[in-house]
Write a protein that binds this ligand. Structure first.
Ligand code: ATP
Ligand code: MG
Length: 403
C-alpha cells in the first residue's frame, strides 16, 4: 500500500466560462457526482478553483470505480487521479518519487511543470519543478528529462489544501451539466443513430425522455427489450430515463391497405411525429430529437424531412444530421451502444417498407394520400396503447401505468 492519498481532480470545461450561472452549474455537477459516489463508497466531494475534488474517505473506497463514474459526468473537460502531498517540498518529492514512476508506464521522457496557486509556499514554480524532477530521476533511472517534447508532463499543483501531483489528465465527458438545458423527447428506434442523437443532446445538458413506436406482432418483444436496453445505456450518462412505447400496428395496416405504397414510409413518419409531439406536450418536453442524417435513406432527404416536420410546431433537433455513418458509429461505440444497436430485430420502419419510397415527396401528394385515412382517429387509437417504462441507472426497467 502506497503511503500517500489519491484524489480525483475534475476540471471544468465550458462551465468555467459561465458568468452568473456558474454556481448553479457547479451545484448540478457536484450533485451528479454525489449521486454516483453513493453507489461506489464514501467520498468527500468539494469544489475550489475551477476544480472538483473527489477524496475517498476510507481505505476500501474504490477510486478507480469512482473515476469511471466521473467520466460520465457532463461539464468536466479533464480528469486525473493525483497523489496528495503535504505542502512541504520534502513530502512533495517523496510522493512524486513514489507515484510518478508507477503511473507513467511505458514513458521514457518527462518534464515537470509546477503551479503555485498558494503564493505563501516558499519556493517559486521553477524551483519546485527542478526539485521534483530530480526526485523522480533518482527514483526511476530509466526516465530522462526532455523539456521540449516529453512523453509525459508531470504536474505539481500547490493549492489551498495540499500539493497535488499527477502525470497529465484525460478527457472528461465535456458538454454542459445534466439537466441544465431543458427537456426534450427522443424518438428512439432500435438502430444505431437515435441513441447517439439522444446522447449528444444529453451532453448539451438536456433532460431526455424517449418514445418508441412498435408494431407487434410484426415486431417482436425482443425488439422492445432491445430499445429498453439502449435506453438503459443512456442512463449511464443521465441517471434515469422514461420510455413511452406506442403501438403503430393498426396505423401501418391501414396505410398499407389504403394508400399508395410509395408514400407508406413518409405517412408513417408523419404519424410518428404527430404522436411524438403529443407525448412531448404530455410530459412537458420542449423539443423533439431524432437520429436522422441528411440523405442517409429515402426518408431523410430535405423534402422528406420537411414533410415530417410540418406536423409538429416543436423544434426538431437532429444532432446527427451532418455526420456520416462512420462518425455516428464511432460515437455509438464510445457510449457502449453499438453492440446492442446491431442486434438483429426488426424495427417497425422496416415492416412493409415499399421497394421504391419517394425521395422527393411533394407535400400536396402526401396530404392527398393522408386524406384517405382518418388521421386523428388513428392517432387517438395509437395514443391509447401508450405504455410507460422508467429506468434508473443500474436497475431493470419498471413499467408504470401511463396516465
Ligand atoms: P436509427 O439508427 O436511429 O434507427 P435509421 O438510420 O434507421 O435511424 P430511420 O429508420 O429512417 O433511420 O429513422 C430515422 C429516425 O426516426 C430515427 O433515428 C429515430 O429518431 C426515428 N425512428 C425511426 N423508427 C422509430 C421507432 N420505431 N420508434 C421511435 N423512433 C423511430
Ligand atoms: Mg432505424
Amino acid at each position: 500500500m502506497e503511503n500517500y492519498r489519491r484524489v480525483i481532480l475534475c476540471k471544468y470545461g465550458e462551465v468555467a466560462l459561465k458568468g452568473a450561472n456558474r454556481p448553479q452549474f457547479e451545484q448540478t455537477m457536484m450533485k451528479d457526482l454525489r449521486r454516483r459516489a453513493k453507489r461506489v463508497g464514501d467520498f468527500e466531494i468539494y469544489a475550489a478553483q475551477s476544480t472538483v475534488y473527489i477524496e475517498p474517505c476510507g481505505e476500501g473506497d474504490d477510486i478507480d470505480e469512482m473515476y469511471r463514474e466521473a467520466e460520465h459526468v457532463f461539464g468536466f473537460s479533464g480528469l486525473c487521479v493525483a497523489a496528495v502531498a503535504e505542502k512541504d517540498i520534502g513530502d512533495i518529492r517523496r510522493v512524486a518519487a513514489g507515484y510518478i514512476p508507477a503511473s507513467v508506464d511505458g514513458a521514457r521522457t518527462f518534464k515537470v511543470e509546477a503551479k503555485r496557486a498558494d503564493k505563501r509556499f516558499p519556493m517559486k514554480s521553477p524551483e519546485i519543478a527542478a526539485s521534483v524532477g530530480e526526485a523522480i530521476l533518482d527514483a526511476a533511472p530509466a526516465l530522462t528529462v526532455d523539456l521540449h517534447s516529453p512523453d509525459v508532463v508531470v504536474t505539481v499543483e500547490v493549492r489551498e489544501r495540499g500539493a497535488y501531483i499527477h502525470a497529465g489528465q484525460e478527457r472528461g465527458a465535456g458538454g454542459l451539466p445534466a439537466g441544465t438545458n431543458g427537456r426534450a423527447l427522443l424518438l428512439l428506434s432500435g438502430g444505431i443513430d437515435s441513441p447517439v442523437a439522444g446522447y449528444m443532446m444529453m451532453k448539451r445538458g438536456v433532460t431526455v425522455d424517449a418514445v418508441h413506436f412498435e408494431s407487434i406482432p410484426y415486431t417482436s418483444e425482443q425488439a422492445r427489450d432491445k430499445v429498453l436496453a439502449l435506453a438503459s445505456i443512456l442512463t449511464d450518462w443521465s441517471g434515469e430515463i422514461r420510455v413511452h412505447v406506442i403501438s403503430v400496428t393498426h396505423i401501418q395496416e391501414v396505410l398499407r391497405d389504403t394508400c399508395d405504397n410509395d408514400y407508406f414510409t413518409i405517412l408513417l413518419r408523419r404519424f410518428m411525429m404527430a404522436l411524438a409531439d403529443r407525448t412531448a406536450r404530455h410530459t412537458g418536453a420542449q423539443a423533439l430529437i431524432t437520429g436522422e442524417s441528411l440523405g442517409q435513406v429515402a426518408s431523410q432527404t430535405m423534402h422528406a424531412l420537411s414533410a415530417t416536420d410540418i406536423v409538429t410546431s416543436l423544434p426538431v433537433f437532429r444532432p446527427c444530421i451532418g455526420m456520416d455513418k462512420e462518425e455516428i458509429i464511432t460515437v455509438s461505440r464510445k457510449i457502449g451502444a453499438f453492440d446492442t444497436s446491431i442486434l438483429p430485430y426488426e424495427d417497425c420502419c422496416t415492416v412493409f417498407t415499399p421497394p421504391h419510397p419517394k425521395t422527393r415527396p411533394e407535400l400536396s401528394k402526401v396530404e392527398e394520400q393522408e386524406a384517405k385515412v382518418d388521421f386523428a382517429a388513428l392517432a387517438d387509437e395509437a395514443w391509447a396503447t401508450r405504455r410507460l417504462y422508467y429506468i434508473r441507472s443500474g436497475e431493470p426497467p419498471r413499467e408504470y401505468a401511463a396516465n
